[in-house]
Design a binder for this molecule. Structure first.
Ligand code: YXS
Length: 263
């Protein structure tokens, strides 16, 4: 069964649900509207007892997703990445979905879209796809749970380099670090992904669902103490109240390189 919403396309067959990001005009930027469509269709797939979800871009996409919709980042002194930010809701929806979600990646992945992909249970990527985590480039004070997810997925060494440089890393490098499950030629991407999904669908959905929740609970990093959390939040507030934060967003809209002054 196929259906077309404004910004995504969905299909469900043989227990496998497929969600295709489909807003090419903005390179699948993770706008509130796009995220709301994904969450709505995942709720329907949950009710339909879908056993695996594949999250993808259209075949041949140059950009898997350009990350947060920069036009939706607040510039009035509000925290740009709060607990109720749409991307945070989507990441939690994926983590709590009662079946595996596989990210099938081709093209370039930017910013918050890297966190989206890394919140999925498996990642099958075209070997020529790239991943760039970009808060430093845009002057955005990334939030704690997002940094924790990057750390859990990639480890400190790779995270430090990806976060400090904001430069793209290859799927091959992420495969070597165990972040990506498979890096394959683009023309094998769908068959490899569907093959894994087919293997999972054959297994007990109750046990697979239990295993997913057990793995999530057991892998959850230790929680921060209240004082540490408040100190980091105070640090983040200084940044999203800073001129650099305004400069990062302004430079993007003006299609020029940002001139960060560290204030
Ligand atoms: O100017 P028009 O109206 O034609 O629209 C352009 C872009 O403005 C728009 N667009 C976006 N709009 C909102 N949010 C975005 N993230 C975004 N990215 C692109 O799409 C239209 C076509 O883009 P254009 O002309 O640049 O296409 P291109 O083929 O030359 O370049 C494709 C990209 C993806 C390399 C380029 O669009 C780009 O660098 N986009 C920004 C990628 C990025 O830095 N994303 C991080 C977003 S902020 C985020 O995720 C977190 C808050 S954080 O930074 O903390 O991780």
């Amino acid at each position: 069964m196929e259906s077309e919403m404004a910004l995504i396309c969905t299909e469900t067959s043989d227990g496998i649900g497929s969600i295709t990001l489909n807003n090419p005009r903005k390179h699948n930027a993770l706008s509130t509207a796009l995220i709301e469509e994904i969450c709505a269709v995942m709720e329907q797939m949950r009710q339909d007892d879908v056993r695996v979800v594949i999250l993808r871009a259209p075949a041949g996409a140059k950009v898997f997703s350009a990350g947060h919709d920069i036009g939706e980042l607040p510039t009035n002194g509000r925290d740009p990445l709060t607990y109720n930010d749409p991307l945070r809701l989507l990441v939690r929806t994926i983590e709590h979905f009662p079946a595996p979600v596989i990210a099938m990646v081709e093209g370039s992945v930017w910013g918050g879209a890297c966190e989206l992909v890394m919140s999925c249970d498996l990642i099958v990527a075209a070997e020529d796809s790239t991943f760039a985590i970009t808060p430093a480039k845009l002057g955005v004070p990334y939030n704690i749970s997002g940094i924790q997810r990057f750390l859990k997925a990639g480890g400190m060494t790779l995270c430090v380099e990806m976060l400090f440089t904001a430069q793209p890393s290859s799927a091959r490098r992420l495969l070597d670090r165990g972040i990506v499950n498979h890096a394959v030629p683009r023309d094998q991407l769908e068959i490899v992904t569907k093959g894994i999904a087919g293997q999972i669908v054959k297994n007990s959905p109750l046990v697979v669902s239990l295993l997913k929740e057990e793995l999530r609970l057991l892998s959850a990093a230790h929680n921060l103490g209240p004082e540490t959390f408040e100190r980091v939040q105070a640090m983040r507030r200084e940044i999203y109240d800073s001129e650099d934060y305004q400069e990062g967003i302004c430079a993007f809209h003006e299609k020029r390189s940002p001139q960060f002054r560290g204030r």
